[in-house]
Design a protein around this ligand. Structure first.
Ligand code: MTE
Length: 342
């Protein structure tokens, strides 16, 4: 997202990126595939079938089933219509090949190319700081009590492109409550795995980011019902390039807040550092709420390119305050000067 990277990646989708319509599956085929992974709990099966929206799922792209224990959870996910937008979801192909995951490279296609063998199981997450139950937990244990929901959210990148993505996850608030934050827990910081062996950009001496990637939220933002911990998308486990096995999704904020491949969740009294704010404090703030009225110093945030788009059909739409989620979150920022606290 620095000057060099942004101009190199204006986000234009190459015509070669557009998937032939013929390889998309219809809803029934998708559901069969998604549900064939395991014997299903009856409730999960029926609720998914009854309410699942249509996704464009190509037949010949890799699917990410995840470890066996996760397959069971994913198969039991129920669609949450109240927390889903009705807009058309991005074709699966675009969601898994147009990515920002700088640990694997700065080109939009690098994560799909270089994260293929990223090892995401077994996986542990450290819970630390101002909580009654700190510790290092296996992902399976972290997820155990949480039922997964399918929620369709807008994802608005600070680079002025957007997609609509169906995530599988659970409210971060439910996870936070289990570890019993103390009264000192005013902020939450998230950290991505540091693994130079697997992540080429973390080895590079010319990297833009001081690794590991870190992000943060105020505790009330973290507890908002919209804030999601995701382990899957499009009815399957998260692909490595989308932040497997565990990522954050904060739909009213620019995409860089939605940190991938999380290994640490830390509770603190003071505002934590965040990667893009350290890298370019004049351009990327801590709050990073989607705001069409506050331009990035180098480009307008008034509109966005909804992907998929092409040069001939750029699909430019107006950007909405809080990415269209103002009713749910505007109260969190009452009295704050959002021009200054961008
Ligand atoms: N998390 C990590 N660890 N590293 C990254 O480079 N990029 C962010 C965010 N999370 C990033 C990250 C940005 S800028 C965006 S727009 C979203 O991931 C993109 O998510 P997607 O690739 O699943 O669309």
């Amino acid at each position: 997202m620095n000057r060099k990277l942004f101009s190199r990646n204006t986000g234009q989708i190459l015509s070669s990126e557009i998937t032939p319509e013929s390889i998309y599956k219809q809803r029934r085929q998708f559901m069969q595939a998604a549900l064939s992974v395991a014997a299903l709990p009856v409730l999960g099966y029926s609720s998914v079938l009854a309410a699942a929206p249509e996704y464009d799922i190509p037949t010949d792209l890799p699917r990410y089933a995840g470890p066996d224990w996760m397959k069971q959870k994913i198969a039991g996910a129920a669609h949450n219509a109240a927390f889903s937008v009705k807009e058309k979801t991005a074709p699966y192909y675009h969601a898994i090949t147009h990515n920002n995951f700088y640990e694997f490279g700065t080109d939009k296609r690098d994560p799909a190319r270089y994260a293929k063998s990223f090892k995401t199981d077994p996986w542990q997450v450290e819970i630390s700081g101002a909580v009654a139950k700190p510790g290092v937990y296996n992902l399976e244990d972290i997820l155990a009590p949480h039922a997964l929901e399918d929620r369709i959210y807008r994802l608005r990148c600070v680079e002025a492109w957007s997609m609509v993505i169906p995530w599988l996850g659970f409210p971060l608030a439910d996870l936070i409550k289990r570890f019993e934050p103390t009264s000192k827990a005013k902020f939450v910081q998230f950290q991505t795995i540091l693994d130079k062996e697997q992540m080429s950009e973390q080895r590079s001496s010319f990297g833009t980011i001081d690794w590991p990637y870190v992000e943060g939220l105020r505790i009330d933002e973290a507890m908002n019902p919209l804030t999601l911990m995701a382990v899957g998308m499009y009815g399957n486990a998260l692909p490595p390039q989308n932040g497997a096995p565990l990522r954050l999704v904060v739909p009213w904020k620019y995409g860089f807040k939605s940190i991938k491949s999380i290994v640490r969740i830390h509770f603190s009294e003071t505002m934590p550092e965040t990667s893009w704010n350290i890298t370019a404090p004049d351009e990327y703030g801590f709050y990073a709420n989607v705001n069409p009225a506050v331009d990035h110093p180098r480009w307008s945030q008034a509109t966005e390119r909804r992907l998929p788009a092409t040069l001939l059909s750029p699909n430019i739409i107006d950007t909405l305050p809080f990415n269209g989620y103002a009713d749910q979150v505007a109260h969190l920022y009452k009295g704050m000067d959002l021009n200054r606290l961008f």
